[in-house]
Write a protein that binds this ligand. Sequence first.
Ligand code: SF4
Ligand code: SF4
Length: 119
Amino acid sequence: MASYDCSKCPAYCCSYDRIIVNKRDLNRLAKHFDVDVEVARKRFTKTVDGEQVLRHQKDNVYRSVCMFLDTKARRCTIYNARPGVCHEYPDFSRCGYYDFLKWERTQQDDETFVPLTWK
Ligand code: SF4
Ligand code: SF4
C-alpha cells in the first residue's frame, strides 16, 4: 500500500523539467483535446536535448510546473489522459519527496509547510 498522500502534497513531481511524452502519450493527449497529433505536439510539448517533454507554466510554489497542473488546487487537470510516466510515478510504495515533506512538517510543527520552494 502507498505510504504517501498526494492530496497533502503540492505536486512536487509535476515540477520536474523532463516529463517525457512518448508517441502513445501524444496520441492520448490529441484524442483528449480532440486535436491532431501534430497540433498536440506543438501545443503541449517541447523538445529538450532530443526528448519530447511536457511544456511548463509559471508557479508560485515551485517556480515552474507542468502546464496541466491546476496551480490552485494542485491537481492534474488531465488525470485520465496524463502521460505514462505520471501514471507510473513514483514506482514504489514510497515517495521520497513525501517522506521529506512529512519530516519537515514535523520539524516545523506545521502541517502546511512546503520545503524546496523558490521564494
Ligand atoms: S511528489 Fe510524491 S506525494 Fe507529491 S504529488 Fe508527487 S507522488 Fe504524490
Ligand atoms: S500531466 Fe498531470 S500528473 Fe503529469 S506532470 Fe502534468 S499535471 Fe502532473
